[in-house]
Design a protein around this ligand. Structure first.
Ligand code: EPU
Length: 417
């Protein structure tokens, strides 16, 4: 098992270019199998989750060629086959194979997804959507079996504005007869990215990015070329890390609008944030004010950034309240930060963080964003080497992290246990 070692006390300085978005990539890859011919995706991030997804598509019979940041997927020979176990269990986003295979072949058998299990993450809204489109859904020994003779467009109101359910329904509805309307749809940028790809493949989708999405299904989808949007969570993590180290970093190749909630919160703390067309510059300050943060669905402050933000708030003067209204108990990073000397108490869905000094320690990442939080904390420590184990989680979502941080002047290296 590998661990990350981080010698703190070095302000990050320089430019970091952000890769394509993980949470788009893991939806666009399964979306591509709805096509009858080759789909080319550019700006693909180099992440373990993406690599596992490619293997899943190959298992289903797709031809996959990944060179540099570009991937070519030819799904013409692909068949639906049951995938109850194996790699589907490694990823949360394997649930998108349900919508994609249902759309293309009228059936799918997929083991219940794995991934970052920081709390139970139900998929009832995905299932409700498939059923509304006319599918029969059966839970069979830990696998979901979905089948439909014919999918028919329907009006679906989501009880929660779920990213996964919105995308999964869009995938299946792309091949349904007639129009599907999703009400209370999630509005995350990754949903617009998936809609852009599906539209380029011949589907007619309107309203992606708003709470009402209309999908007009088509009989067949064709191949196309598409560039994946930048990863707003990686970008936000570097913004936070730059501030936590009192650094000066240009975060490049991003869509600044996707980061407005982070930008606003950092400014409120006293961080200097300059926005450009495709980049944001963060200049740290000697002292930060405590702030209250509420993690919400987009365009609110992203839940995926609340863990790294917790680490930054340990560096603010006074008491900050950080509440997560997307997940009620996503606080696995907190006991680890406390090992590093952080003064944090969790009450319900709120972390109460009193600013103070962090010390180097041996800590363990229990999930992807908890790992990011510990990396930020390790960089912010004034002196000493922090050891972060559980690196395999971090590799799921941060492209080239060690090299990027080194280019920014951090002293970070990998070692094995
Ligand atoms: N929910 C339900 N029922 C459902 C689906 C969701 O109750 O059928 C609840 C969840 O329990 C949660 C809320 O709705 O409380 C939102 O969950 P959502 O479905 O939006 O999350 P997801 O699609 O499973 C994606 C990202 C997560 C990110 C969330 C929220 C992917 C593969 N994952 O998950 O990313 O936290 O949206 O933005 O896109 C990460 O990257 O570290 C990560 C966990």
């Amino acid at each position: 098992m590998e661990k990350l070692l981080i010698r703190g006390g070095r302000p990050l300085r320089g430019t970091v270019a952000i890769s394509g978005a993980k949470n788009s990539a893991v939806a666009l890859l399964p979306a591509s199998i709805l096509a009858e011919s080759e789909v080319v995706l550019d700006n693909l991030p180099h992440l373990s989750d993406v690599a596992v997804y490619c293997e899943l598509l190959e298992e289903l019979g797709a031809s996959v060629q990944w060179t540099g940041d570009t991937i070519r997927i030819d799904p013409s020979a692909l068949r639906s086959k049951p995938m109850p176990n194996g790699k589907v269990k490694l990823l949360r986003a394997s649930y998108y194979l349900m919508g994609a295979l249902l759309g293309r072949f009228g059936e799918a058998t997929i083991g219940l997804p794995g991934g970052c299990n920081f709390e139970p993450r139900p998929i009832d809204q995905h299932i409700k959507g498939f059923e509304a489109l006319g599918a029969t859904v059966r839970n069979d020994h830990g696998s979901v079996h979905i089948s439909a003779k014919k999918l028919k467009g329907a009006k679906i109101y989501l009880d929660v504005a779920s990213v996964g359910a919105t995308i999964n329904i869009m995938l299946a509805a792309s091949r349904a007869e007639g129009a599907t309307i999703i009400e209370n749809a999630a509005k995350e940028p990754e949903i617009i990215d998936v809609a852009t790809l599906l539209n380029a493949m011949g589907v007619k989708i309107k309203g992606a990015g708003t709470e009402t999405i209309r999908i007009e299904g088509v009989e067949s989808l064709h191949g196309c070329r598409h560039s994946i949007i930048p990863d707003r969570i990686q970008a936000g993590t570097y913004m936070i890390a730059a501030a936590a180290t009192g650094g000066d970093v240009l975060i490049d190749n991003i869509i600044p609008k996707h980061l407005e909630a982070v930008t606003a919160k950092l400014r409120e703390m006293g961080v200097n944030v300059e926005e450009f067309d495709e980049s944001i510059r963060i200049v740290g300050a000697p002292e930060y004010s405590a702030v209250d943060v509420k993690a919400l669905a987009y365009p609110g402050f992203a839940t995926d950034l609340q863990s790294p933000m917790t680490s930054l708030l340990t560096q603010a003067k006074g008491v900050s309240l950080l509440s997560d209204y997307v997940y009620s108990n996503r606080f696995k990073h907190v006991p680890e930060l406390m090992r590093m000397g952080a003064n944090i108490r969790v009450e319900g869905r709120t972390a109460i963080i009193e600013g103070g000094r962090l010390n180097a320690a041996k800590v363990r990442a229990a999930d992807l964003r908890a790992g990011a939080s510990l990396v930020v904390a390790g960089l912010a420590v004034e002196d000493g080497v922090t050891e972060v184990s559980g690196v395999e989680f971090i590799d799921r979502g941060y492209d080239n992290l060690v090299d990027n941080l080194r280019l920014l002047g951090a002293e970070v290296w990998r070692d094995s246990d």
